[in-house]
Unconditional design. Structure first.
Length: 256
C-alpha cells in the first residue's frame, strides 16, 4: 500500500483492465483498514484508456458524480519498451507518445476544466530520470521530457486557480515492473550498484512518499518542481558502454 493511498480518504484507480483494477482496489482497501480500522476511506476502480478523450471525460465525470470533488491527480500511467531508436517503428513511437504525453495532457486538461479551475488542487506527474539522457529509452524520454516541460508551464498558467503541479522522477525501483524484463530484478540490481550513489534499488514506498509530499499541505509552496527519487542516479549518468570506435574526427591541424 502506498503512502498516498493510506493518506487519501477517497481514491480512484484507473486502468484498461477492470479485473486487475478490482483486485488492486480490494487489496488497497484491505491494507487501509488493517492500518486504520476506523478509516472511512474507499477505493473506486474505473476502466479507462487514457489515450481516448471520450473515456477520459467519462472517467472524470463519473468520479465527480461519486465523490463530488477531485483534489489530487497523479498521472502514473505509462508504457515503454527497451530499444535503440533506430529500431523503433512509427507505430511504437506513437504508442509511447499517446500513452505518456497525450494521456497526461488529456487527464490534466479534463480535471482542470471539470473541477480544479474553480476549486484548486494538486497534480503530480510521474516521469523518468532525464538529466543525462536515456539510451535504449529515447522514445520514452522524449515523451517524459514533454511532460516535464508541460509541468513547468502549467504552474504559471494555472497558479491563480490555486493549482500546484510537480513531477516525481523515480530511478531504479524494485516494483512489479521488473518482471517485464527477461533478467528480472538481477539486471536492475546490477544497474543500481553501478549507476547510483546509494548502491541499491529504491522502494515503491519511497516514491509514493515523495508524491504525498507534493499533495500534502507541506508542499503547497512548491510548484513546477521535479523531485529525483533515484539514489543519485541523475548525478552519475546512464549505464551504457559505448563500443570502441574511431569515427569522431578532430577539427584542426593539432595532432591528438
Amino acid at each position: 500500500m502506498s503512502c498516498v493511498e493510506r493518506n487519501s480518504q477517497y481514491t480512484d484507480h484507473l486502468s484498461r483492465n477492470f479485473e486487475r483494477l478490482t483486485e488492486a482496489a480490494d487489496k488497497i482497501l484491505a491494507d487501509v483498514k488493517a492500518a486504520n480500522p476506523t478509516s472511512e476511506g474507499s477505493v473506486h476502480p474505473i476502466a479507462c484508456n487514457i489515450r481516448s478523450e471520450e473515456e477520459v471525460s467519462n472517467l472524470v465525470d463519473e468520479t465527480l458524480a461519486k465523490f463530488k470533488r477531485v483534489d489530487f491527480l497523479v498521472n502514473n500511467a505509462g508504457g515503454q519498451f527497451r530499444s535503440l531508436l533506430e529500431d523503433v517503428s512509427l507505430k511504437g513511437w506513437q504508442a509511447v507518445m499517446d500513452t505518456n504525453l497525450n494521456g497526461t495532457f488529456l487527464m490534466t486538461k479534463k480535471v482542470y476544466h471539470a473541477y480544479m479551475k474553480e476549486h484548486g488542487g494538486s497534480i503530480v506527474n510521474i516521469i523518468i530520470v532525464l538529466d543525462k539522457g536515456s539510451p535504449w529509452l529515447a522514445h520514452s524520454a522524449a515523451a517524459r521530457a514533454g511532460i516535464e516541460s508541460l509541468s513547468k508551464s502549467l504552474p504559471v498558467e494555472w497558479a491563480s486557480s490555486g493549482i500546484t503541479l510537480n513531477c516525481v522522477a523515480p530511478g531504479i525501483i524494485l516494483s512489479s515492473g521488473v518482471e517485464n524484463y527477461p533478467s528480472g530484478a538481477e539486471m536492475f540490481e546490477y544497474a543500481a550498484e553501478k549507476a547510483t550513489a546509494a548502491k541499491r534499488m529504491g522502494s515503491v514506498e519511497e516514491v509514493s512518499a515523495s508524491v504525498l509530499y507534493y499533495l500534502s499541505p507541506a508542499g503547497s509552496y512548491v510548484t513546477g518542481d521535479t523531485m529525483h527519487v533515484d539514489g543519485g542516479w541523475h548525478l552519475m549518468g546512464p549505464l551504457l558502454d559505448v563500443p570502441p570506435h574511431e569515427n569522431n574526427h578532430p577539427y584542426g591541424t593539432s595532432k591528438l
